[in-house]
Design a protein around this ligand. Structure first.
Ligand code: ADP
Length: 210
């Protein structure tokens, strides 16, 4: 591995490989990267999927935007550079979870295609699953679960995605979830069905490509 800062770092390969980890957990490691507007349902659906996976005995964990900003990323604000770094760090943490054999679920708006593509690049084929929570802006705004759209429209929040900052929808997400048409349980079931159908939830290596 490249030595990023010339400090003689080496990459230690352990004694446990992906196959052994997969067998131990009963499923493969992967990151489900949820993206969508504020209020689209990323967090709600990610937590429902996490619960269903845990009920099945899986090793699943949600990395949630606000929670990560309390700790790992508490030094970061909302400037363009800090937003990029926020997503990069979360991507790296999700990758560590994935390498550990977990099903990591991330719930970040992550509005820019380039940032999502940079995270995807860090993963092996099939280990990064982009989940587009496709909810029309009007629906997100009418839900306004945190009152943020109201504040953004009143000019109290600058650069608010969908109002005064762009959202670049995924062009080819692995999963597209339409929350205006299906309730939370149905959306979670769609995601679990996708994983199941592609062998992600099997403990033995199978076909897990798209
Ligand atoms: P985000 O994490 O994308 O900002 P949240 O999950 O915090 O969004 O909020 C979504 C809101 O929409 C919640 O109040 C949730 O109850 C509501 N909601 C209504 N229908 C759905 C659905 N089908 N899927 C997800 N959330 C839904």
């Amino acid at each position: 591995m490249k030595d990023p800062k010339g400090t003689n770092l080496t990459w230690h390969t352990g004694e446990v490989d992906l196959v052994a980890r997969r067998r131990a957990h009963g499923h493969r490691g992967a990151t489900l990267w949820f993206t969508g507007l504020s209020g689209s349902g990323k967090s709600t659906i990610a937590h429902r999927v996490e619960r269903r996976l845990i009920e099945r005995g899986a090793f699943a964990y949600v990395l949630d935007g606000d929670n990560v900003r309390h700790g790992l990323n508490r030094d970061l604000g909302f400037s363009p550079a800090d937003r990029v770094e926020n997503i990069r760090r979360v991507g790296e943490v999700a990758k560590l979870f994935t390498d550990a054999g977990a099903l990591a679920l991330t719930a970040f708006i992550s509005p820019y295609r380039a940032d999502r593509a940079a995270v995807r690049e860090r993963f092996d084929a099939g280990a990064f699953v982009e989940v587009y929570i496709d909810t029309p802006l009007e629906v997100c705004e009418s839900r306004d679960p945190k009152g943020l759209y109201r504040k953004a429209r009143a000019g109290e929040i600058a650069d608010f995605t969908g109002v005064s900052a762009p959202y670049e929808p995924p062009e080819a997400p692995e999963i597209r979830v339409r929350t205006a048409e299906h309730d939370v349980d149905a959306c979670a079931a769609q995601i679990l069905g996708w994983l199941d159908a592609r062998g992600y939830l099997d403990g033995d290596e199978g076909e897990t490509e798209r």
